[in-house]
Design a binder for this molecule. Structure first.
Ligand SMILES: NC(=O)c1ccc[n+]([C@@H]2O[C@H](COP(=O)([O-])OP(=O)(O)OC[C@H]3O[C@@H](n4cnc5c(N)ncnc54)[C@H](OP(=O)(O)O)[C@@H]3O)[C@@H](O)[C@H]2O)c1
Length: 333
């Protein structure tokens, strides 16, 4: 089996056309690290923003730079101090210094968790950043059975996980989306409301009682909307808050054990069928720029993911679309 792989790199700040493939030799891990052969890796808007140079103050890059935060794969090598994961273990992880858009990624063993066997590779590969962000947002609002929460961009990569976590906490959920996503949101128990002119009235009519919390994934006029709906400041999670969480979770400290704990909790929820993560588009690795273009359209239903190799989920072997992602399929436990 070949030990040579490929990684996506870029030499300067810019758009997806700065991305190119370079050859990657099988890395050698440090004592506390593992080398994972990536099967699938997720895409996130924040990776686009960082590559474009929008966050040079908070996260300056050294070039050549690599990207990719979320991955699932198979442990290929482990450092001498790693005991929890054997070579061949199937894992879900977080590339704390980026670089998951590659054949091999090297990470501290503390940033991977075991992949439950009934969690699909593409779901596992796209889980980390959207999942821990959604988990943190929902947790921060202390939602419970008495709550009625509005979630904007409710069918998106982060929003659809927030919806399910809020429902699991006992809250009633109203989600904003476009009409093609109404059936999906209804199917998971969310009341869908089309965003745009007249949104406040539609929300109030659907809620029939005061809104108690508001999660804004999108920004725009939504802070004013939350205020008009009478939501208290402490129960409003802004898109800036979400951005801060993403910036934190994309580059946590090496000794921060919380992200992996949350990732493991999410993997368990998915394995138990309590949360279902949608895959909006699954592109072969060669199509990484098209995958980012798709994401940038801001109409994903769930996550956009790239696959480094064909994967098998359940009884079917997939080698997925090389075209548009909107032929959404549902991947779950
Ligand atoms: N601080 C910030 O400014 C900040 C931080 C993080 C993310 N965001 C943004 O938040 C959005 C959601 O993030 P994500 O990671 O979940 O992205 P995503 O997976 O690409 O989801 C995009 C979602 O946004 C929805 N959407 C598109 N236009 C909308 C609008 N005018 N009002 C409300 N929802 C709209 C889409 O719904 P339909 O397909 O149903 O139209 C889609 O479900 C992204 O657009 C992202 O750029 C902003």
């Amino acid at each position: 089996m070949s030990r040579t792989g490929r990684a996506v790199e870029f030499e300067r700040y810019g758009d997806v056309d700065e991305l190119h493939f370079v050859t990657q030799e099988l890395p050698v891990p440090a004592d506390d690290e593992v080398v994972v052969e990536v099967v699938c890796a997720g895409l996130n808007h924040i990776e686009n923003f960082i590559r474009k140079g929008d966050f040079t103050d908070r996260l300056p890059l050294e070039f050549p730079a690599r990207q990719g935060s979320c991955f699932a794969g198979i442990v290929k090598k482990r450092g001498s101090a790693v005991r929890d994961f054997s070579v061949g273990a199937e894992v879900i992880g977080h590339a704390i210094e980026g670089g998951a858009h590659a054949t091999y990624v090297t990470v501290p063993a503390s940033s991977i968790v075991k992949k439950p066997s009934n969690v699909g590779w593409e779901v596992a590969g796209g889980l980390y950043l959207a999942g821990v962000t959604a988990y943190d947002v929902v947790r921060s609002l202390h939602l419970g059975p008495g709550d009625i929460v509005v979630i904007t961009a409710a069918a998106g990569g982060v929003g659809h996980i927030e919806c399910q976590l809020a429902l699991a906490a006992g809250a009633k959920v109203i989600g904003t989306c476009s009409p093609p996503n109404h059936d999906y949101l209804r199917s998971i128990g969310v009341t869908p409301i089309t965003y745009g002119e007249g949104l406040q009235q539609r929300i109030e009519e659907a809620a029939k009682r005061p809104i108690t919390a508001f999660i804004d994934n999108f920004g725009g006029d939504n802070p004013e909307l939350a205020t008009s709906l009478g939501v208290k400041e402490a129960r409003f999670s802004s898109s800036e808050h979400r951005l801060d969480l993403e910036m934190h979770y994309i580059r946590p400290e090496r000794d921060d054990t919380e992200p992996a704990m949350v990732l493991a909790a999410l993997a368990k929820l998915i394995a138990e069928n309590k949360v279902r993560v949608l895959i909006s588009g699954f592109y072969p690795f060669d199509y990484i720029t098209q995958a980012f273009d798709d994401l940038a359209e801001h109409h994903s239903r769930g996550k956009v993911v790239v696959g480094m190799q064909p994967v098998e989920t359940g009884v079917r072997s997939h080698w997925y679309l090389s075209g548009k992602a909107r032929s959404t399929h549902e991947a779950s436990a």
